[in-house]
Design a protein around this ligand. Structure first.
Ligand code: DAK
Length: 260
């Protein structure tokens, strides 16, 4: 596949999507979003891919958000199109039946943070800076930030970040629960790689079902969510991978899961 605005690589069961507009701090324009969506379509059908890493090119940014320059003089119809594309992008990561790690290597601002929050796990380099900065240009988060940030960290802190538009560092993001881990810059790439390799070895059906249950469960009553968990548990319990896991445990060896 030929791409201009992303770098798309596949190795060892891991697909890496690198947002590649470093001259604009990897800001999302229409072309960039389109290419990410194309890569996700490929990931969906490639059974060898078990885990996805999303990151930014260059030393400075994961993504500085939606392309502010492209907004100048934008018609209502174009703005609507951009809004829909951003929504689609975030939902594509959220609904992908494989785990997605956002490797936040620098600024993750506005739509950049919203994209990261639609991933399953977030690892930040200690030099990363994050914020819902839309308020500074007279906007509000438009790709799910008011909802996903609030669900991650609660209304009190979400309001503080969204109303002030301030940037926070990676350690603060870790304390708030926006990222799973803040890692020293020199250990960042290796930490992301090891996590991705670890997830790539896990049973794919179990991860897929767990992801769906966690994502959907927060939107419904506990009773209904527990019923879904029971059904999901039944599905996972019927896989060949469970039998492999049990055999490997008994035989004191590492399991090899096939996603069946
Ligand atoms: N868009 C376009 N270009 C950007 C950009 C962005 N979001 N952020 C940075 N750049 C560009 C800069 O313009 C500059 O390009 P040149 O001027 O050299 O051509 C280059 O990247 C390097 O940036 P700086 O020179 O500014 O670098 P600094 O280190 O000095 O500052 C910074 C880094 C991240 C603090 C600063 O660049 C900055 O504040 N950037 C803006 C970050 C931001 O506010 N992001 C949130 C964007 S709002 C919508 C739907 C959704 C959204 C909007 C509309 N519709 C439906 C219409 C979502 C909005 C957002 O995400």
């Amino acid at each position: 596949m030929e791409f201009k605005h992303i770098i798309y690589e596949k190795a060892e069961g891991i697909a890496t999507i690198t947002l590649n507009r470093p001259e604009a701090l990897n800001a999302f324009n229409k072309e960039l979003i389109t290419e990410v969506l194309q890569a996700i379509e490929d990931i969906k059908t490639d059974e060898a891919i078990r885990v996805v890493v999303l990151t930014g090119a260059g030393e400075k940014a994961f993504s500085a958000g939606a392309d502010i320059k492209a907004m100048k003089g934008m018609t209502a119809l174009k703005a609507r199109e951009l809004s829909l594309m951003g929504e689609k992008l975030c939902l594509a990561f959220e609904n992908l039946e494989k785990p997605v790690i956002a490797a936040i290597n620098g600024y993750a601002l506005g739509g950049g943070l919203e994209a990261a929050m639609s991933c399953d796990l977030r690892i930040a380099s200690e030099n990363a800076r994050m914020g819902q900065t839309e308020i500074n240009i007279g906007l509000i988060p438009g790709w799910g930030g008011t909802q996903r940030l609030t669900r991650l960290i609660g209304a009190t802190k979400a309001k503080e970040l969204i109303y002030t538009g301030k940037l926070i560092d990676a350690k603060t993001a870790e304390q708030l629960g926006i990222v799973n881990m803040a890692v020293p810059a020199d250990k960042f790439k290796e930490t992301v790689r090891q996590l991705a390799l670890d997830l790539a070895q896990k049973a794919p059906v179990a991860i897929k079902v767990a992801k769906a249950l966690i994502n959907k469960g927060s939107e419904i009553s506990l009773d209904a969510a527990l019923a879904l968990e029971r059904e999901g548990f039944g599905v996972v319990a019927s896989t060949e991978d469970l039998q492999e896991g049990v055999s490997a445990f008994t035989e004191k060896r590492k399991p090899t899961f096939k996603g069946k």
